[in-house]
Ligand binder design. Structure first.
Ligand code: KG4
Ligand code: ZN
Length: 390
C-alpha cells in the first residue's frame, strides 16, 4: 500500500510518501520521500506563529510540494483524469475558504494523471484549526479526485511513532519499527504540548500528566523573545547555553524548578517564563554574557523539571521503555538527561532522529498506516484533540 501523509498543524507544510506491507507485528515500510517546507523565517518577525499567515502559506505550498514529491519519489501512475474539469466542479467548496490553495491548484499540471497512491493520512489535530483545515481540505480534494480514503491522524501519535523509526532515509530499504517493550511511557514535548502518556498496548494511550499552562517549547520561544533571540527559540537558547557552558559562565540569577516537589505528574512553565521576565527587567542593559548565562540556567531548569517528572512517572507506572518525542526532543542537553534516566532504570530510550523530531509528514503517514478506515468518520480540524480520545 502506498500512503501519502499530509501535515499542516502549525508552521511546517509537510508531505511524505511511504510504501507499506503487512500489518501488526509484521508491518514493514520504506520511505519514498518526505518533504518539509518550514515557514519559521516568515513567522520570526512576529516572535511566534501567526495563524492566518500560516494558513495562507500552507495554501500556497501544498501543491508545489506535492508536485516535487511525486517527481522525486518517481511514483508510478494508475490512470489519467481531467483535473481542470474536476476542479471546476469543486470550485465553490475551495475557492472562498482557501483562495491560496485554489489558485495554486489551477496551475497544478501534474494532477492530470493519477498516481498509484492507496490512501491519504492527514493530521486532524491537535494544532491550529485554520492551518489544520488547509491540510484536511487538500486531503479531501485529493481523496475525491483519486478515489482513495482519508485517514485522520492525531499529531501527537505521530510524534510517538517518529521515535520508533529506525532510519529516516528514503533509500528503498524496507524497515520495521524498533521493538518497543510495553508498557511504555512517552514524554511529548513540543511548541503546543508537554505531556506524559502511558502506552499499555500498541495504539492505546492515556495522558497521565500535562502542563497546566505553557508548553515547554512555548516557554523556550517566549524566553528567547525576552532575551532578544529569534523564533523558534529552542535552538537559539540551546546554542547560547552551550556557549555559556564552554566559557564557564555562571548565571547570577537562579530560576525556579516549577512543581518538581508536587506528587502529581503535571507541569507548569509560565512561572519560569515570568522569572526570566523579571531577571531581564532587573538586568538592563543585557550583556551577551548575561544572556548566555541565563539561557544555560533556563535550560538547566527545564531539564531538571522534565527529568524529575519523568523519574516520578517511571516509578509510578513501572514502564519498561521511555519514548521522547516532539520538537523540543531535538535538544542535546535534554536528550543526555533522558538517557541518564533510562540507564538508571535499565530500560531503553526511544528518541527521534533530528530530522524527525520536529513536525513532519512521515510520522503522519506512518501513524495512518495501520489505522482502520472508518467511512462514516468525518474528518474535521480538532485544535485541542487529545491522545486517547476518539
Ligand atoms: O513539534 P514541533 O516541531 O511543533 C509543534 O507541534 O509544536 O515543536 C516546535 C517546538 C518549538 O517551540 C521550538 O522552539 C522547539 O520545538 N525546539 C527546541 C529545539 N528545537 C526545536 N526546543 C529546545 N531545544 C531545541 N534544540
Ligand atoms: Zn509537533
Amino acid at each position: 500500500m502506498i500512503i501519502l501523509g499530509i501535515e499542516t498543524s502549525c508552521d511546517e507544510t509537510a508531505l511524505a510518501l511511504i510504501e507499506t506491507r503487512g500489518s501488526g507485528a509484521d508491518f514493514e515500510f520504506h520511505i519514498l520521500g518526505s518533504l518539509i517546507h518550514s515557514q519559521a523565517d516568515l513567522h520570526s518577525a512576529y516572535g511566534g506563529v501567526f495563524p492566518n499567515l500560516a494558513k495562507r502559506e500552507h495554501g500556497k505550498n501544498l501543491v508545489p510540494l506535492l508536485d516535487k514529491l511525486l517527481i522525486e519519489s518517481n511514483i508510478s501512475q494508475r490512470g489519467t483524469a481531467d483535473f481542470p474539469a474536476f476542479l471546476a466542479k469543486i470550485k465553490s467548496e475551495i475557492e472562498s475558504s482557501n483562495p491560496d490553495l485554489y489558485e495554486s491548484l489551477m496551475n497544478a499540471s501534474f494532477l492530470n494523471s493519477i498516481p498509484a497512491i492507496d490512501r491519504i493520512a492527514v493530521t486532524e489535530g491537535p494544532g491550529l484549526e485554520p492551518t489544520l483545515w488547509v491540510g484536511i481540505t487538500f486531503a479531501e480534494m485529493l481523496s475525491k479526485f483519486w478515489s482513495v480514503p482519508v485517514i485522520p491522524v492525531n499529531h501527537m501519535e505521530g510524534h510517538v511513532v517518529a521515535s520508533l523509526v529506525q532510519s529516516d532515509k528514503a533509500d528503498g530499504t524496507w524497515q520495521r519499527f524498533r521493538t518497543l517493550p510495553l508498557p511504555a511511557l512517552a514524554l511529548l514535548i513540543s511548541g503546543g504540548h508537554t505531556e506524559l502518556v502511558t502506552m499499555n498496548e500498541p495504539g492505546h494511550y492515556e495522558i497521565v500528566g500535562e502542563t497546566r499552562d505553557d508548553a515547554v517549547g512555548e516557554a523556550y520561544d517566549k524566553v528567547a523573545r525576552l532575551l532578544g533571540l529569534p523564533y523558534p527559540g529552542g535552538p537559539q537558547i540551546s546554542k547560547m547555553a552551550d556557549e555559556a557552558e564552554k566559557a564557564g559562565i555562571v548565571s547570577s540569577v537562579t530560576l525556579p524548578r516549577p512543581m518538581i516537589s508536587s506528587r502529581d505528574l503535571n507541569f507548569s512553565f509560565s512561572g519560569l517564563k515570568t522569572a526570566v521576565l523579571y531577571a531581564v527587567r532587573d538586568h538592563q542593559p543585557l550583556t551577551p554574557d548575561f544572556v548566555r548565562g541565563l539561557a544555560l540556567e533556563f535550560e538547566r531548569a527545564v531539564c531538571e523539571t522534565l527529568a524529575t517528572k519523568l523519574h516520578k512517572a517511571l516509578e509510578q507506572t513501572g514502564a519498561q521503555a521511555i519514548i521522547v518525542g516532539g520538537g523540543v526532543s531535538a535538544n542535546r542537553r535534554l536528550r543526555a538527561a533522558f538517557q541518564k534516566l533510562a540507564d538508571e532504570f535499565g530500560i531503553p530510550l526511544f528518541l527521534p532522529s533530528t530530522h524527525l523530531s520536529g513536525d513532519n509528514a512521515l510520522m503522519i503517514a506512518l501513524a495512518g498506516a495501520d489505522a482502520k478506515h472508518e467511512p462514516d468518520r468525518l474528518v474535521r480540524a480538532q485544535g485541542t484533540k487529545r491522545l486517547g480520545m476518539k
